[in-house]
Design a protein around this ligand. Structure first.
Ligand SMILES: *[C@@H]1O[C@H](CO)[C@@H](O)[C@H](O)[C@H]1NC(C)=O
Ligand SMILES: *[C@@H]1O[C@H](CO)[C@@H](O)[C@H](O)[C@H]1NC(C)=O
Ligand SMILES: *[C@@H]1O[C@H](CO)[C@@H](O)[C@H](O)[C@H]1NC(C)=O
Ligand SMILES: *[C@@H]1O[C@H](CO)[C@@H](O)[C@H](O)[C@H]1NC(C)=O
Ligand SMILES: *[C@@H]1O[C@H](CO)[C@@H](O)[C@H](O)[C@H]1NC(C)=O
Ligand SMILES: *[C@@H]1O[C@H](CO)[C@@H](O)[C@H](O)[C@H]1NC(C)=O
Ligand SMILES: *[C@@H]1O[C@H](CO)[C@@H](O)[C@H](O)[C@H]1NC(C)=O
Ligand SMILES: *[C@@H]1O[C@H](CO)[C@@H](O)[C@H](O)[C@H]1NC(C)=O
Ligand SMILES: CC(=O)N[C@H]1CO[C@H](CO)[C@@H](O)[C@@H]1O
Length: 369
């Protein structure tokens, strides 16, 4: 277990222009806002020929590795902006859980990771229910008994990384790859659905002081994923995944993007984006190119080296220049279940040459992790 309060590491790229595109990169404050006009998120997928029951999909899927994940973009009563990450995943009999708080305004970072082998961890997470509680120290599940597609809560009482967030599933579902899978993921098949901007309430603790969330200027992206092994054993692909919130100057809407790039021993690289324009219809797009550039950061905890800047081009020619705003955003259980979950900013150009700006998160899962 590792705590880091790395206040001395300088921010790498906080401001400035995008890589040769002449478009600016946003800076704090980012003005987060929820989308909360969906009263029943299940209705946004009704009629789809899904290979699973959406209404019970927050329960633990059998014979699969499961992941329940949030990134919460928050404005606090101390007038700071925060990125809070909370995640639990099961791998056979071991579950890893972790959390982090990045103070976007001051650029301070704290994180923890731990594991549980409690055999009863998921006993209240079947048939539509979702209720995972670890030692009064970590919670992820529904707020009310019964179906877990209305409102969820995740909390950590781990010393130094305390938060307690409740969010509505109040945004239309973004089904990755269009129908939410199963998509090929190395020797696994994956289902992944996202709920990009739910209304959020709660608190976090920053440096010993409780901060209350301003719900009108905060949102939570919830991501539910499970993997079913299809082939013979093989290691998981390693990946770089982006959650992006993009704006074009001429359009008063935010595009929400789930963008995957993974490398698998057998199939090689796969890369694509699923885009949900605000108030619009989901689009699945090929990613034409993906490359990292510039400085990297090496963790003294794991010796993993992480890219910090990326150039991505979509099928229609949209170019995105994405940069982590702060180097040390590595979260997890020491060395065995670790990834990079960093706040990023975007400067880009749309297919028609207009400037695009945004922010979001990069998740880098290194090989054999
Ligand atoms: C899922 O929930 C929606 C909305 O609550 C409901 O209309 C639908 O019938 C449910 N579907 C199933 C398969 O239970
Ligand atoms: C899970 O795997 C076990 C053992 O192979 C099998 O008996 C069971 O039916 C499977 N359950 C589901 C839901 O696929
Ligand atoms: C990790 O979990 C174990 C078992 O529940 C607990 O005893 C320990 O205090 C936790 N470690 C930290 C640093 O929270
Ligand atoms: C979760 O399970 C605990 C018992 O382990 C119970 O006390 C609590 O009410 C449950 N919460 C929900 C939301 O179902
Ligand atoms: C945390 O609080 C202490 C005093 O309570 C203060 O000295 C210190 O500067 C604070 N650290 C940060 C990063 O704000
Ligand atoms: C996968 O790992 C290799 C080796 O570290 C790295 O070169 C590659 O960029 C990674 N792929 C992705 C998509 O992050
Ligand atoms: C929900 O709000 C968004 C803007 O935040 C709007 O584009 C969309 O049309 C609204 N949908 C409904 C069903 O009211
Ligand atoms: C990182 O590298 C150093 C120097 O080679 C080594 O001593 C240390 O054990 C490595 N740490 C991990 C987690 O591999
Ligand atoms: C408490 C509750 O609403 N339970 C429902 C959850 O969803 C399943 C499957 O749709 C229903 O059978 C339950 O009645």
């Amino acid at each position: 277990m590792r705590f880091s309060l790395a206040v001395t590491v300088a921010a790498l790229i906080a401001t400035g222009q995008g890589h040769q595109n002449g478009c600016s990169r946003p800076t704090s404050p980012y003005s987060f806002r929820p989308i909360d006009n969906v009263s029943d998120v299940a209705e946004t997928v009704e009629g789809f020929p899904l290979v699973y029951d959406f209404n019970t999909s927050n329960s633990r899927a059998a014979n699969a590795t499961n992941s329940w994940w949030v990134s919460a973009f928050l404005h606090g009563s101390d007038d700071h902006e925060y990125l809070v990450l909370s995640h639990i995943t099961d791998v056979t009999v071991v579950s890893y859980y972790r959390g982090s708080i990045f103070d976007i305004t001051d650029k301070t970072y704290v994180q923890f990771g731990n594991l549980s082998t409690a055999p009863t961890l998921y006993s209240n997470s079947h048939n539509g229910a979702f209720n995972v509680s670890i030692d009064n120290s970590f919670y992820f599940g529904a707020t009310l008994p019964g179906n877990a597609t209305k409102q969820l809560r995740t909390s950590s009482a781990v010393q130094g990384v305390q938060y307690d967030l409740t969010f509505d599933l109040s945004t239309p579902v973004l089904l990755n790859t269009g129908l939410g899978g199963y998509f090929e993921f190395g020797s696994y098949q994956t289902v992944e659905w996202s709920m990009p901007a739910g209304r959020t309430t709660g608190t976090l603790v920053r440096n010993g002081t409780t901060v209350t969330i301003d719900s009108d200027e905060s949102f939570t992206w919830y991501d539910r994923q499970w993997n079913v092994q299809t082939g013979s054993s093989g290691s998981m692909p390693n990946w770089t995944w982006f959650e992006l919130h993009l704006n074009q100057a001429s359009q008063k809407r935010e595009d929400r993007v789930s963008l995957w790039v993974y490398d698998d021993e057998k199939t090689g690289r796969r890369q694509w984006a699923t885009v949900q324009p605000e108030g619009g219809l989901n689009v699945v797009s090929a990613v034409r190119s993906f490359e990292s550039y510039g400085n990297t950061w090496t963790s003294s905890n794991t010796n993993n080296t992480y890219a910090q800047n990326w150039l991505v081009t979509l099928q229609d020619g949209t170019q995105l220049d994405i940069s982590s705003v702060y180097a040390d955003q590595e979260v997890g259980y020491p060395t065995t279940f670790v990834s990079y979950e960093g706040f990023v900013t975007v400067s880009g150009k749309s297919a028609s040459g207009e400037c695009v700006s945004g922010y979001g998160l990069v998740e880098v899962n290194p090989p054999s992790n």
